[in-house]
Design a protein around this ligand. Structure first.
Ligand SMILES: Nc1nc2c(ncn2[C@@H]2O[C@H](COP(=O)(O)OP(=O)(O)O)[C@@H](O)[C@H]2O)c(=O)[nH]1
Ligand SMILES: [Mg+2]
Length: 422
């Protein structure tokens, strides 16, 4: 899973990136959550309790372990995540983030970082467009006198400009060599059309599956592409943008935007008001041990009051005020929406032993894989390891102990054992 943070300059992309990649030290296997200056790992809490909760209950009932002690630092969690962490059954899963800088109007024509910017987007499964909901910057990102009253207009302009840039970029790729290509398409029919599009768009990560999906949803005649107008091509490009690069809007700086401009926008797009710099300050204070803050919560606990300087105390009071007023920074629900709703992903837990829910090394529920909803058992085996897919025999649903076949569709929270030849 890889999400791109995009938007014009000075909206808060880097602030959001820093906040999300700032993790506490006890996260397994990710000592540094920033891999590159602009690529990092965010840890997203699942929307449901880790299955280690149910496992603990079963083991307690069987008298195999004692109930959670009040001083258990893990609050009862008994799993051993290979990556991520789990505390009080709140399981964290890794998600890659890219801070894509340099978007200015005209990128598709080579302005700003131009195609380099657009190519950064290619590897992303979805885009989070950060917009300035307080209208403190112009369309190129230059700071200006804030005009919060008209923020809904400037936000709309920003939103239309990003999808428009991506659309023009895709249109350009399709149109390049179109009149030559069309002769081949005429000879090969509809198959020739998909072949042509795959050839033009696979470089930016658009698969055959996504192309077919876009051709279906676009309102154009796919049987006579030689009759297409320029508008038909840009309609197709718009559909490809929506399927291959879905965008969700993060209305940042909501601490400054008193008029809730996200409620005044015309279309039905999902918009999440967020406060990136508050999130960054909270995570820093948490990491330094001043407060105990769980990112999806609208409150935190003060730990070390005695050692605070008066400016730190003021800062903490301000964070408290903002969290109360806005019911949290909005960032975790944004990420969960993108992964689990917009991209329709679920979480499946593979185990080697379907009784104890452990792997070969005795690790309990070591992996939590984010996969497409409804993925078939055999495809899931390939997702874990090529050999497991090649040698696939059958699966076992570790909750019901039922055998499941290669084509059985997996669902959210499934715990699965794969049987394979070795
Ligand atoms: N008021 C407010 N300012 C913010 C917020 N997030 C970021 N900023 C400020 O916006 C400016 C630009 O942020 P930056 O992350 O560098 O933007 P980028 O160019 O999109 O990467 C900085 O001065 C940030 O402190 C926010 O939630 N509220
Ligand atoms: Mg930046």
């Amino acid at each position: 899973m890889r999400l791109g943070l995009v938007g014009k300059p000075n909206v808060g992309k880097s602030t959001l990136f820093s906040a999300l990649t700032l993790a506490k030290v006890d996260i397994a296997n990710y000592p540094f959550c920033t891999i590159d200056p602009n690529i990092g790992v965010a840890f997203v809490p699942l929307r449901f309790d880790c299955p280690c909760k149910g496992l603990r209950e079963k083991l307690e009932a069987e008298g195999k372990i004692s109930p959670v002690s009040p001083d258990d630092p893990r609050g009862g969690s008994i799993c051993t995540p290979r990556t991520g962490a789990c505390k009080k059954f709140r399981r964290l899963v890794p998600c890659h983030l890219v801070d894509v800088a340099g978007l200015v109007p005209g990128a598709s024509e080579g302005r700003g970082r131009g195609n380099a910017f657009l190519n950064d987007l290619s590897s992303c499964d979805a885009l989070i467009q950060v917009v300035d909901s307080a209208n403190t910057t112009d369309i190129e990102g230059n700071p200006k006198v804030p005009e919060p009253e008209t923020a809904h207009h400037s936000m709309l302009e920003e939103i239309q400009f990003l999808s428009g840039e991506i659309e023009s970029w895709i249109t350009g790729l399709i149109a390049d060599g179109w009149s030559r290509g069309i002769r081949k398409i005429q000879a090969e029919g509809a198959k020739g059309l998909t072949k042509y599009l795959v050839d033009k768009l696979s470089g930016i990560g658009v698969s055959l599956h996504l192309i077919n999906q876009s051709l279906e949803s676009a309102n154009i005649d796919i049987h006579s592409p030689w009759d297409w107008s320029e508008k038909d091509i840009s309609d197709l490009a718009a559909n490809i943008q929506k399927t291959a690069f879905p965008i969700v809007i993060a209305a940042n700086k909501s601490d400054l935007s008193v008029h809730q401009p996200w409620n005044k926008l015309p279309n039905q797009q999902q918009i999440f008001p967020i406060m990136a710099d508050t999130e960054l300050a909270l995570r820093r204070a948490d990491k330094s041990g001043f407060i105990d803050y769980l990112p999806e919560n609208a409150s935190f606990e003060l730990i070390d009051k005695i050692n605070l300087t008066s400016s730190q105390e003021k800062g903490i009071q301000e964070m408290n005020r903002l969290l109360n007023l806005h019911e949290g920074t909005g960032i975790i629900s944004l990420l969960q929406y993108v992964i689990f709703d917009l991209l329709d992903q679920v979480v499946v837990f593979p185990v080697q032993d379907d009784n104890q829910w452990i792997d070969g090394d005795g690790k309990i529920l070591p992996d939590a894989f984010i996969v497409k909803n409804g993925i078939q058992t055999k495809d899931f085996a390939y997702h874990i390891h090529t050999e497991l897919g090649d040698g696939f025999i059958r699966g076992t649903d570790a909750r019901s102990k039922r055998t499941i076949g290669a084509e059985h569709s997996l669902s959210n929270q499934d715990v699965v054992k794969i049987h394979a030849k070795n």
